[in-house]
Design a protein around this ligand. Structure first.
Ligand code: GDP
Ligand code: MG
Length: 440
């Protein structure tokens, strides 16, 4: 698959200190094959390779990234662009209600996604949607939506299975207006394959209700079929966005890349499980990371880069490696961490960091930072260098000097110990990674 192909190439280039033009060429060959294999439009692939090659070869070398990392960074940025760049929002009709039609093949996840979307709209956007059961063919389809509606405590509009779906949709909108629903989500029927009858029915509904969005729901696990389905639906019906379901399976995002490239329609949401809260807005950048299999490492590098002085960062890295990190450095770090944003957010970006012991104890907020500063500033130079000499009487003195309770002094020393341990784990991880020729 796409991810595997790319990843084996990435692995080769990751550990390199220097990347030659030949390396970039070899890498681009792989990327090109991978994209073509994933059914991405030939022109799109050509443009993509051209853009990446130009940028990868011509760019100035940044101090904090190895050239290999830099090529990966460019590939990632262009992959992000290929998937639409920015996150795409749901339309809001100037005249309430906003009408969204859910379409797709049978089993793609339309009904489930209708429930999830209603849940999302209410929880995240404070909306009041009406769900509409317009699949009158599949046995128990209406019941399925009603059950979902009950779970999230939202009304489901239904006229049974003897009324034409076009009528159902029209009546539902009338009712939505009367009851002041701001969104109407129409769950339509699917078939096992695209056929004229299905398309005709969907076109009729579309014509009758003039929807603000037509969301095509496709199953990411079907890979290239999903891409072909998306192409047909878009050509025959016209869709405004795609919901890619079942991304929680072992699919790694190839469909996400191709769908956007082939249909030029944005992926709006991804389904990550059967539960009603397992729907997430689609973030091209995160998906690019996922395809490349590198967590958010580059985002992390960039963030650190943006707020940490480069020379200082180098010095710090050396200290981390040699374990000569002192409380003074810790203090310095704290002020830089403040510029970067919440520490736990940063740590989440490190692949595997979530599993590291001790991380949960290092939660730092603004007020705490000031207290920590006060405590460290109450220490002597020697104490800051060698915190192990801080005995009970020294602790009392430091507590007094900083105006903080002695338990807090203890806690800080413990946190510092843990941070050092964590750094050791991280540097070990990096060393191992380098031996294997991998970053993570
Ligand atoms: P429809 O025929 O298009 O309406 O599809 P359904 O909504 O009935 O979904 C078909 C099956 O896919 C059901 O078993 C759902 O629970 C499951 N499903 C839907 N979305 C997801 C998802 O994002 N992840 C997983 N793992 N299963 C999903
Ligand atoms: Mg259904």
């Amino acid at each position: 698959g796409l991810a595997d192909r790319l990843q084996s190439t990435m692995q080769k280039i990751r550990g390199k200190g220097k990347v030659t033009e030949a390396d970039v060429k070899a890498m681009m060959r792989e990327v090109r094959l991978a994209l073509l294999y994933a059914d991405v439009n030939l022109k799109v692939v050509k443009d993509f390779i051209k853009r990446v090659s130009e940028r990868a070869v011509g760019q100035e070398v940044m101090k904090s990234l190895t050239p290999g990392q830099q090529v990966i960074k460019v590939v990632k940025e262009e992959l992000t662009e290929l998937m639409g760049g920015e996150q795409s929002k749901i339309a809001v009709s100037p005249k309430s209600p906003t009408v969204i039609m859910m379409v797709g093949l049978q089993g793609a996840g339309k009904t489930t996604t209708t429930g999830k979307l209603a849940n999302h709209l209410r929880k995240k956007q404070n909306r009041n949607p009406l769900l509409v059961a317009a699949d009158i063919y599949r046995p128990a389809a209406i019941k399925q939506l009603q059950t979902l509606g009950k779970q999230i405590n939202m009304p489901v509009f239904s006229l049974g299975d003897q009324v034409n779906p076009v009528e159902i949709a029209k009546k539902a909108i009338e009712q939505a207006k009367e009851e002041h629903h701001d969104y109407v989500l129409i769950d339509t029927a699917g078939r096992l394959h695209i056929d004229g009858e299905l398309m005709d029915e969907l076109k009729n509904i579309k014509e009758a209700v003039n929807p603000d969005e037509i969301f095509l729901v496709v199953d990411a696990m079907t890979g290239q079929d999903a891409v072909n389905v998306a192409k047909s639906f878009n050509e025959q019906l016209g869709v405004t966005g795609v919901v890619l379901t079942k991304l929680d399976g072992d699919t790694r995002g190839g469909a996400a890349l191709s769908i956007r490239a082939v249909t030029e329609k944005p992926i709006k949401f991804v389904g990550l499980g059967e539960k009603l809260d397992q729907l997430e807005p689609f973030h091209p950048e995160r998906m690019a990371s996922r395809i490349l299999g590198m967590g958010d490492v580059l985002t992390l590098i960039e963030k650190v880069q943006a707020s940490v002085d480069e020379e200082k960062a180098k010095e710090l890295e050396k200290k981390m490696r040699t374990m000569s990190f002192t409380l003074d450095d810790f203090l310095e770090q704290l002020s830089q961490v403040r510029n970067m944003g919440p520490l736990d957010e940063l740590l989440k970006m490190i692949p595997g960091a979530g599993k590291m012991k001790g991380l949960n104890n290092i939660q730092i907020d603004e007020k705490q930072i000031r207290h920590v500063e006060a405590i460290i500033q109450s220490m002597t130079g020697e104490e800051k260098e060698k915190p192990e000499i801080i005995n009970a009487s020294r602790k009392r003195r430091i507590a007094k000097g900083s105006g903080r309770p002695i338990q807090e002094v203890n806690r800080l020393l413990k946190q510092f110990e843990e941070m050092k341990k964590m750094m050791k784990q991280m540097t070990n991880m990096q060393k191992k990674g380098k031996k294997r020729g991998a970053l993570k």
